[in-house]
Design a protein around this ligand. Structure first.
Ligand code: PLP
Length: 352
């Protein structure tokens, strides 16, 4: 046994990827570990996982498995664009703020065209402005739009909003990509089908996040327009994203999708965020910086209060979305969460 300080193992709410692997994903990995299987995706697990996605999304989409979200987003966008194209995104989009230029790198130069986002969301108007800003040869030609669902600030685009965004995309001949690192949380929040949230709303490509949903590693890239997936396998291989033991990337999805854990996990995380948000909102001097719609809660509190909570051993980030961010996951312990709320309440009242 590796000895680890118990304090280190206590739950924090700094990120939803601080959580471990959920039982359904773990069990499927274990089953995939019994015996040998063909490599590079020619195995029964990968076939079954891809079919589970087609089943869940009620359509014959093309499905690929990669290691992480940065690769999923970057390679998906690269497949929509030529190097001289532009991709419209919100200024708070992960592709813009947290991927170290990977979308531009993997597309050999396609430029992100950044819209100032009200509440971290793209609007049809902002798409229209960027799509029509320049028509000349000296500016990158807008080709795609990327939206994050749920957003980096824990917001969810309604079906109506998605419909309006996609109508604007169609008007300007733009393809629509969805960064779904927290797609499950959005689906749980809206309580609508994955199909309604994606291809039925005009989404061409979805990156569906597994890691924050309860897997060890892995995201799935779904092309609803199969023509856009031409040669995507080569793109993945060249980028170092083709797993030779693919079954360990794909089997956990079988566990997640066939058991419904993907949605249960997201519902639990969202419910925890609601409960946490309600307690926080009741503390004098503290307010919610964003409405709680998925599995994130953003808190505005005076810096000395945050310092006091930190000194009680709580860890969280303040550089995302301009407030203290708390994320909930499939295994969030509500007692631990309530303990945080009690600590924050005491700290806000001036206690050390
Ligand atoms: C976490 C996250 C990703 C994926 O990030 P990786 O660290 O590359 O797996 C992508 N988009 C959003 C909005 C995220 O929160």
């Amino acid at each position: 046994m590796i000895e680890i300080d118990r304090e280190e193992l206590a739950q924090q709410f700094a990120s939803d990827n601080n959580a471990g692997i959920c039982p359904e994903a773990w069990r499927a990995m274990e089953e995939a570990n019994r015996g040998h299987a063909a490599s590079y995706g020619d195995d029964p697990w990968t076939q079954r996982a891809a079919d589970a996605f087609r089943n869940l999304f009620e359509t014959g989409c093309e499905v690929y498995f990669v290691f992480n979200g940065t690769a999923a987003n970057s390679l998906a966008l690269a497949s929509l664009c030529q190097s001289y194209h532009g991709v419209i995104c919100c200024d708070q989009a992960h592709v813009e703020t947290d991927e170290c230029g990977a979308p531009e790198f993997f597309s050999n130069g396609s430029k992100l065209l950044v819209a100032p986002g009200a509440e971290g969301k793209l609007t049809p108007q902002s798409i229209h402005e960027l799509a029509t800003k320049r028509q000349d040869i000296h500016y990158p030609k807008p080709r795609a739009v990327t939206v994050t669902q749920a957003t980096e600030t824990g917001r969810v685009y309604s079906l109506e909003e998605l419909h309006d965004l996609s109508a604007m995309c169609k008007r300007h001949g733009l393809l629509l990509h969805m960064d779904g690192a927290r797609f499950a949380n959005a689906a749980a929040s809206l309580d609508c089908s994955p199909a309604a949230l994606t291809w039925k709303s005009g989404v061409d490509v979805l990156c569906f996040g597994g890691t924050k949903n309860g897997m060890a590693v892995g995201e799935a890239v779904l092309f609803f327009d199969r023509k856009l997936a031409v040669d995507f396998d080569y793109r993945c291989k060249q980028a170092g994203q083709l797993s030779s033991k693919m079954r360990f990337l794909s089997a956990p999805w079988v566990g997640m999708l066939e058991s419904g854990a993907w949605l249960r996990n997201a519902r639990h995380a969202n419910a925890c965020a609601q409960r946490f948000g309600a307690q926080i909102a009741a503390i004098p001097g503290i307010r919610l910086a964003q409405p709680v719609e998925a599995n994130a809660v953003f808190i505005s509190a005076p810096e000395p209060v945050l310092e006091r909570v930190r000194s009680r051993g709580w860890r969280f980030y303040t550089f995302i979305g301009g407030a203290a961010r708390f994320m909930f996951s499939w295994d969030t312990d509500t007692e631990r969460m309530d303990a945080f709320c009690r600590d924050l309440k005491e700290c806000a009242a001036g206690a050390q």
